[in-house]
Design a protein. Structure first.
Length: 404
């Protein structure tokens, strides 16, 4: 049992000049804590505790717990382990933290974190210790879930890399042989044969771009965690996207133009350039797929109080009832003879759901406004924090493609 001397040494001292001057009831203070807490003396007997510890953990009223040791209540190695740690803490001082499995009075087992600290008397001698128990079952489960997710993600990456290799190897052979035939290695070609080979190479390059987009999204689902590219002018990024789309627009008889906000002329954009390039390509591809011959598509930039907006607006006219579904569905692109070749634009085959993923990872938003008979406007909006002052890095603006 605890001596009167030990009991006296850990009694709260009277209010003085070195404390708050408040009359604090230790029992009330312990009860106010939302976690099980206890106080032991140097003989490792319980001197105080709150109801949570006494009843929930130990299954006893407080009066039945005070003056007793853990080994009096919990037989076996568990009590020895706790008291061994207690003695080490009293000898070494400071704070002790460890995790272990505990069994509550109702038989429940859970993972808990013990946090203990040495208590000193007014004369500086060790008077005992205070311990607090934190249930970390939810935290542990979350950690295990995160580890499982990381393992699953790693397995997914391995699968995608293997799949990419298995698909790219024969695809490269197809493209290589088609290009060799185009060069005349097997003899002269007729116009029809050359057109067929052009289609094979174009489709093969398109598949390569699809692989690149899918793998990029899978491996880097959060472009914010990637090293940002050097600052680029929004005009340059848009001009390059329009330049890539011009051949398809010309073939479809669609006017494609670029409009810049003058307020952006001295600003540069710092972000994952590849993610934005994929997004702009996919938006233009979708607009080309759903704009009738003779129609118009405009890629524009706008700076306002909400940030930087990239807008792809088209005049529509083809399959308006299916338009929004195609924008939101990663695989829904209606096949139509009049748009053959248009969907070869990189990005169109992977669906604009990927655009939503990429833009969200850049900290932006993606919205679509479609009005039957008037066309559709798809908007990518990025936060103004992505912009910084700059100069240079200008590209020539592609000439608008005349309709017809």
């Amino acid at each position: 049992m605890t001596s009167a001397h030990n009991r006296q040494r850990i009694q709260p001292a009277p209010a003085g000049n070195d404390d708050l001057g408040l009359a604090v009831d230790p029992a009330a203070l312990l009860e106010a804590l939302a976690l099980p807490v206890y106080v032991k003396d140097t003989a490792l007997a319980f001197r105080a505790c709150n109801t949570l510890f006494a009843e929930t953990v130990m299954g006893l009223p407080r009066a039945g717990l005070l003056g007793r040791r853990v080994r009096d209540l919990v037989p076996g190695a568990a009590a020895d382990a706790h008291e061994t740690r207690d003695r080490a803490l009293l000898a070494e001082g400071g704070v002790q933290v460890y995790e272990t499995t505990v069994r509550y009075a109702d038989g429940t087992r859970t993972r808990a974190r013990f946090r203990k600290r040495v208590l000193h008397a007014r004369d500086g001698t060790v008077a005992g210790l205070v311990g607090l128990i934190q249930d970390i079952a939810a935290e542990t489960a979350l950690t295990h879930a995160r580890q499982a997710a990381e393992q699953a993600n790693a397995a997914k990456d391995r699968f995608l890399m293997h799949m990419s290799h298995q698909l790219r190897t024969p695809l490269n052979s197809v493209i290589g042989y088609a290009e060799a035939l185009e060069m005349g290695v097997a003899g002269p070609l007729s116009a029809a044969q050359r057109a067929y080979l052009d289609s094979i190479v174009s489709a093969g390059r398109h598949m390569e771009s699809v692989f690149a987009v899918v793998l990029d999204v899978a491996h880097q689902s959060d472009p914010l965690h990637r090293a940002a590219a050097g600052p680029r002018a929004p005009h340059t990024l848009c001009a390059e996207a329009v330049g890539r789309a011009l051949p398809q627009a010309t073939a479809a008889g669609i006017t494609l133009s670029l409009h810049d906000d003058p307020a952006l002329s001295d600003l540069r954009l710092r972000l994952d350039e590849q993610a934005l390039r994929h997004s702009l390509d996919a938006l233009l591809a979708n607009a080309l797929a759903f704009t009738a011959p003779g129609g118009r598509i405009t890629l524009s930039t706008r700076l306002d109080r909400d940030g930087l907006a990239f807008e792809v607006a088209d005049s529509g006219g083809n399959h308006p009832g299916e338009r929004v579904r195609a924008i939101l569905d990663p695989v829904h692109h209606p096949a139509r003879p009049e748009t053959a070749g248009v969907l070869d634009l990189p990005g169109s085959g992977v669906g604009l759901t990927i655009v939503k993923t990429l833009v969200s990872a850049l900290g932006g938003t993606f919205t679509v406004d479609s009005v039957p008979g008037r066309g559709t406007t798809a908007t990518v909006r990025l936060p103004a924090t992505r912009l910084e002052p700059g100069s240079g890095d200008d590209a020539p603006t592609p000439t608008a493609t005349p309709a017809g």
